[in-house]
Design a protein around this ligand. Sequence first.
Ligand code: PMP
Length: 401
Amino acid sequence: MNLLQERLAKYDLPQRVKAVDAYPYFREIDGKQGTEVDMGGHKVLMFGSNAYTGLTGDERVIEAGVRALRKYGSGCAGSRFLNGTLDIHVQLEKELAAFIGKDDALCFSTGFSVNSGVIACLTGKDDYIICDDRDHASIVDGRRLSFSKQLKYKHNDMADLERKLQSCPDDCVKLIVVDGVFSMEGDLAKLPEIVELKKKYKNVSIMVDEAHSIGVFGKQGRGVCDHFGLADEVDLIMGTFSKSLASIGGFIAADNIIINYLRHNARTYIFSASDTPAATASAMEALHIIQQEPERIERLWDITRYALKEFRKAGFEIGDTESPIIPLYVRDMEKTFFATKYAFDHGIFINPVIPPACAPQDTLVRVALMATHTKEQVDRAVKELSEVFRQLEIPLHPVED
Ligand code: PMP
């Protein structure tokens, strides 16, 4: 073995979990996405998808993708900057800007590349990027790629954020970047307080990641900034197509000055191929549907409220979630893997969450709801997962109605 192989061979997590036959990753789905999926000849209830609006299998979204594939071809073979701009990219950007309530928007080929490209290029070496310590990996990478100074505050701790702001000089940019909904534990950023701090200190700008809130919160699913009535106070709003918009890709929305700068400086926009025609058209169709069918978001919230009540009643520890993401705390790494595997054996697909996606003492399995889930499906998940938790001796504290 050479030095590189020797070092990498020490990374043994997959082997350790494979050894106990509980490897929970890269499980193959062999049919259409929905609340029930085909996996290796079995039907499995899907509680591990981020497709909150339940649109990934919708015929209209699929047909829009097929039509675009036929009209424009399979790929764009270049970046937006050079040969890869289609009229539907520009149309989608206009529609997203109007939807979010900003002057303009840019579409990138993934949500990850929005954060890693935008955050990296906005601020200079004397400026500060300030993040919540539970921000998504793509925000962390954008921050690391920047030449700016970097600060992290304790999750949702506004006193700590204020201390960080106080430690920065007045005459530099302080860019606060935060998840609107935290993807692992389902809690919300304290946007009203963050906006107050923006007003209290000089030269503060805010960017919010709406990956898990577009199609979920706010009027017609405009996100948490809209939900709090703060879209005007937030300088940059990002979203992804890979969740409620049933496709792949992402966007940033902001004022004309910011967008014009990003259009010519965000490296993941300029030096990476544009969204495929099919992905762009499907995302656009999903965006139309969520605006035309508000009852879809109502259904998502009905089923979310029902599931929150039922999981709490059955005694699961579910933390501070206020969204369709329901964490079931296990607080033990090995049992988290086993809970995922046993749940799968019982026909329920959920995801394990372990460090670095959470603190070591907070390992959990994550349940996510879609507008298309039924109460019967939730009942089954609660029943099967209660059985799994009992089998693994993970404490449950059932409460009376
Ligand atoms: N931000 C957050 C909060 C996310 O959860 C994710 C994906 N899980 C992303 C950004 C990246 O989005 P995408 O998967 O579209 O690249």
